[in-house]
Every structure is written in structure tokens, then in C-alpha cells.
Write a protein that binds this ligand. Structure first.
Ligand SMILES: C[S@@+](CC[C@H](N)C(=O)[O-])C[C@H]1O[C@@H](n2cnc3c(N)ncnc32)[C@H](O)[C@@H]1O
Length: 296
């Protein structure tokens, strides 16, 4: 795969795409396996992996459950790698990979039974992403999003370092905040499954070497031939290692209600819903302002 930019100029997504990291999410592939066990996917379910990266989870799921699965990612390098993986692993007939944006999914309303996502919403506008998930899910459809969670308030200097390593949009929420965002987008039965603290196995890239043949194939070559790559990898890994105690992760789960036409709510429920929406927006806005003006 062509290296289009210098390592120092690549954003986090471009870096992991170029390296072909298969499970670039907290907990790595072991967490994916645990979560898929919990989700009990059925062969007849139609699934979207939103921000699928190089397709490791999608191909594993297709192989192990026989379901049909579409993976989308905004990065075309990731999609090329995912297609290659599907061919090599004999699941091309069950999978389809497409370049697309989670904010604007090229699918009709009520299309999927299940949407899985792993470490993408944390970088984006969460309410907007969940609303788009809601739109393309069938009534009763499930969303299951494995994301980084804050366990303690992150001081502003560490927040700056985190954004420097993983991109300016990186914004992990507390468990409760994640659930509120999901509810705000219209989901019900919101709950966190499989919550975990990050352990010192947080070096995602090094861990993935053990699991992913696509990665092992060329990482060593890239490190020797690309000045700056090792330093960049060590910077990200070092940040996580030093600040493990602040972070956890979990599977943020919800379900689209069966009846999605306007609910007949009583006065109290309507007021409660409006208050909840305002409180979620206000909390996120205040948090962003606090970080913008370094008020931690
Ligand atoms: C941290 S990686 C996780 C990839 C994969 N889910 C995994 O766990 O290995 C985040 C992925 O989200 C993709 N992404 C970022 N913004 C996106 C968007 N607006 N629409 C679709 N994909 C996006 C990136 O290209 C990247 O592949």
C-alpha cells in the first residue's frame, strides 16, 4: 500500500489505515470476541459495521455467524484492505465493503438489524452519528458501539496530549453520558455491556501484531524504512500507558423502539424528555467550553 504522506503529517486514522491495524479499539480483538459472544448474532441478521477499518471484525463475524455484513469506512485504504481480507478469508460472498461517511449512510431507512461500531463515535459528533444509526436501523434493531470511556475527569493538559495523539475530535465520555447521548438519539433499553478498565495491554498496535497476519506482514519493513514511525507509535502508546487509570471502555447498547411514529406522551413525559435532551446538550457543551478555555 502506497505511503501518501510523511508519518508526522498523517492523522491518526491515516496512520492506522496505512499500517493496516485490524483492531484499533480499546480492548483490541479479545474485546471484540467477548462482545460478539454477548450479542449472539443470528445468521439471518443484516449487519452494518460502521467505521469498519480493515474489516477484521466484519470478516470474523461473517465467518463465525454466517450473517451478511456491510462494512463502511471513510478511508479508502481501509476499504481496500477489508476487501482483500474478505477474499483471503473466504467470506467475500457474505461481506461488502464500501467507502462511506457515518454521518450520511447510503442506505434506506429501516435497513439493518444490527449496527456495530468500534472506536469511531468517540472521535465524532456523537448525537449526529447515533441519529444516523437510528435512521437506518429497523424497528427493534440493535446498536452496539464499543467505545473508550472516561473513568475520571481528564485534566486539560492530558486532554491536549490525548488530542495531539489521536486527533482533535477525540472526546471520550463517562458511561452515563454515553447512555444519555444514545437516549437523545431516540434509542431505548440503553445499557453498557462488558465494561472494563484499560489495562497495560493498551498498546493496541503491538497487541494486534499477535492477532493479525495482514499487519505482521509489513509492519517490520515499514518501521525500518520510515524514519519517525517508531517515535510516533511510541508517543501514542506512551500516552495511554502513563494515563491508563483515566480510561475504560464498554459496549454501548441500545434498541430502536418498535413503534417509531410519534409517541403519544403525557405532559409529564414530554417535559421530562425535553429536560433530558437539554441536560445532555448542556453537559456536552459545557464540557467542550471548559476544555476550550482550559478551565479544568
Ligand atoms: C480507530 S479506527 C477503528 C476502526 C475499526 N472499527 C477497528 O476497530 O479497528 C476509526 C475508523 O473510523 C473511520 N472513520 C472516521 N471518520 C469516519 C466517518 N465520518 N465515516 C466513516 N468512517 C470514519 C476511520 O477511517 C477509521 O478506520
Amino acid at each position: 500500500m502506497e505511503q501518501v504522506k510523511k508519518v508526522e503529517e498523517m492523522n491518526y486514522f491515516e496512520l492506522i489505515a496505512w499500517l493496516g491495524i485490524g483492531s484499533s479499539h480499546p480492548g483490541g480483538f479479545p474485546a471484540t470476541r467477548q462482545n460478539l459472544n454477548i450479542l449472539q448474532v443470528k445468521p439471518e441478521e443484516y449487519i452494518l459495521d460502521a467505521g469498519c477499518g480493515s474489516g477484521l471484525t466484519a470478516c470474523y463475524l461473517a465467518k463465525n455467524s454466517g450473517c451478511r455484513i456491510i462494512g463502511i469506512d471513510i478511508n479508502s485504504q481501509m476499504i481496500d484492505k477489508a476487501r482483500l481480507r474478505a477474499e483471503q478469508e473466504g467470506v467475500a460472498h457474505l461481506t461488502e465493503f464500501k467507502v462511506a461517511d457515518v454521518y450520511n449512510l447510503p442506505y434506506a431507512n429501516d435497513f439493518f438489524d444490527l449496527i456495530i461500531a468500534e472506536s469511531i463515535t468517540v472521535f465524532l459528533d456523537k448525537v449526529k452519528v447515533y441519529r444516523e444509526f437510528y435512521r437506518v436501523l429497523k424497528p427493534k434493531g440493535r446498536v452496539a458501539d464499543l467505545e473508550m470511556v472516561l473513568l475520571h475527569e481528564l485534566p486539560s493538559n492530558l486532554r491536549r496530549q490525548m488530542k495531539d495523539c489521536f486527533g482533535p475530535g477525540t472526546d471520550p465520555l463517562f458511561f452515563e453520558e454515553w447512555l444519555n447521548v444514545l437516549k437523545e438519539a431516540g434509542f431505548q433499553d440503553a445499557e453498557i455491556k462488558n465494561p472494563q478498565a484499560l489495562t497495560n495491554k493498551a498498546n493496541i498496535i503491538m497487541n494486534e501484531l499477535k492477532n493479525d497476519w495482514l499487519l505482521i506482514k509489513d509492519l517490520a519493513n515499514k518501521i525500518t524504512s520510515t524514519p519517525g514511525l517508531l517515535t510516533r507509535l511510541q508517543k501514542n502508546a506512551g500516552f495511554m500507558k502513563r494515563n491508563l487509570g483515566y480510561f475504560g471502555f464498554g459496549l454501548i447498547c441500545g434498541r430502536k423502539p418498535t413503534q417509531t411514529f410519534p409517541e403519544k406522551l403525557g405532559f409529564k413525559e414530554r417535559v421530562w424528555k425535553i429536560l433530558l435532551r437539554l441536560a445532555t446538550r448542556l453537559t456536552l457543551r459545557l464540557k467542550n467550553l471548559k476544555h476550550e478555555y482550559n478551565l479544568n
